[in-house]
Design a protein around this ligand. Structure first.
Ligand code: NAP
Length: 360
């Protein structure tokens, strides 16, 4: 595989820091530009990020001296240095729409972690193991944008990256009729650490703005189908969600209740999870977990602290599958919110796009 020069837009933030770690020794990608707001622009990456570095691993040595660009004012310069960019910024939705489209129109593909473009009809929202075929909408998007190379591709919200992978292969065999999910979400999902958010210690906050809507609606795009120049949303499965913020650093847990059109046995469900793999595994992409869905037999597993880093934080952990008195089954599942749920999911999507020729 050839080497691609890449940029990180929002490089100083929580997700941007994860990108910096994942990309600093990536076999295909070389970081050649880092960008953030005007507040960070002009500083070295070390100066800009050191006061709020939130990762356990240190700031990569090869990035410390790179100058941080202004994501908007320096767009021409950034696009001249990279083959494509990863984007994770905390800005208002209209500003993110404008920023991402500006990069695409500069013929610079954008792999985005932001929610702004998730429901743009010709922007693919991809979990690479589940709906990789959605990237085939990119030619239609390029036609609308008037670009030859430039496009936007996004990943879905972190809250749903455990239960949607668990349910997707079950749906294609047994038909998911309805699903109720409660999520228990880490504070890094709000860009926070315990030092910066002491109020969360010994506490649970029963509200995460916009999260329940995303958790219920985004799966319908993942389950959608390309129809001409857009991705048509699926009508089902129907989801209802409650999302809570809990005092853990990383890792979103979900408690799932599900009913099927044709109720499988417990053994059939376990068999589907064990045997499920997708295009990233077939192509042996660098960030593809060997085993995407992992079932734990022990009653007290998976646990956030013990299992969130499974396969570099790219695998999903599942446990406690049992029959329910109101739904057919209930179970719990877990994924790392800033790895599989954010930067890692973005990197895997970019690897898929490279392997399929969309970054050439
Ligand atoms: P964050 O820690 O608050 O970082 C925000 C980043 O955006 C910083 O690099 C900041 O740069 C930059 N920024 C702010 N205003 C900007 C501007 N006007 N122009 C250019 N850059 C600007 O946020 P985060 O948690 O990393 O989240 C970033 C995005 O990823 C959000 O859209 C979020 O919804 C999404 N996301 C987050 C997670 C997660 O688990 N954290 C998961 C999935 C998706 P400065 O340092 O210069 O201010």
């Amino acid at each position: 595989m050839k080497t691609y020069n890449v940029g990180i837009i929002g490089a100083t933030g929580m997700v941007g820091q994860r990108f910096a770690l994942l990309l600093s020794d990536h076999p295909w990608f070389k970081i050649t530009a880092l960008a953030a707001s005007g507040r960070s622009a002009g500083k070295t990456y070390l100066e800009a990020v050191k006061p709020r570095w939130a990762m356990k691993d240190p700031i990569p040595d090869n990035l410390k001296d790179l100058k941080v660009f202004d994501a908007t004012a320096d767009i021409d310069k950034i696009c001249s240095l990279v083959d494509f960019v990863f984007c994770a910024v905390d800005m208002k939705k209209p500003d993110i729409l404008a920023l991402e489209e500006a990069y695409a129109k500069h013929e610079c593909p954008v792999v985005s972690n932001n929610s702004a473009n998730r429901f743009t009809p010709d922007v693919p929202m991809v979990i690479p193991e589940l709906n990789p075929e959605h990237i085939d909408i990119i030619p239609a998007q390029r036609k609308r944008l008037g670009t030859k190379r430039g496009f936007i591709a996004v990943k879905s919200n972190c809250s749903l990256q455990s239960y949607v992978p668990a349910l997707f292969p079950l749906d294609s065999k047994f038909g998911v009729d309805k699903c109720l999910v409660c999520t228990y979400q880490a504070i890094s999902g709000a860009g926070k650490t315990f030092e910066r958010w002491p109020e969360i210690l010994d506490n649970v906050i029963p509200y995460i703005g916009g999260e329940e809507e995303k958790s219920e609606r985004e799966p319908l795009k993942i389950w959608g189908k390309i129809e001409g120049d857009h991705i048509a949303l699926a009508d089902e499965p129907k989801f209802t969600a409650q999302c809570l913020r809990v005092p853990v650093s990383d890792g979103h847990m979900a408690a799932v209740f599900v009913s099927f059109k044709s109720k499988p046995s417990k053994e059939q469900i376990l068999e589907v999870w064990k045997n499920f793999s997708g295009v990233p595994q077939e192509l042996n992409l660098p960030h593809a977990p060997k085993q995407f869905l992992n079932y734990f037999e022990q009653d007290d597993m998976p646990q956030t602290k013990l299992n969130r880093n499974l396969e570099g934080g790219m695998a999903v952990s599942i446990g406690r599958l049992r029959e329910d008195s109101q739904y057919d089954y209930k179970f719990v599942c877990l994924s790392h919110n800033t790895l599989r749920g954010a930067a890692g999911g973005g990197v895997l999507l970019a690897e898929l796009l490279c392997a399929k020729g969309y970054m050439d």
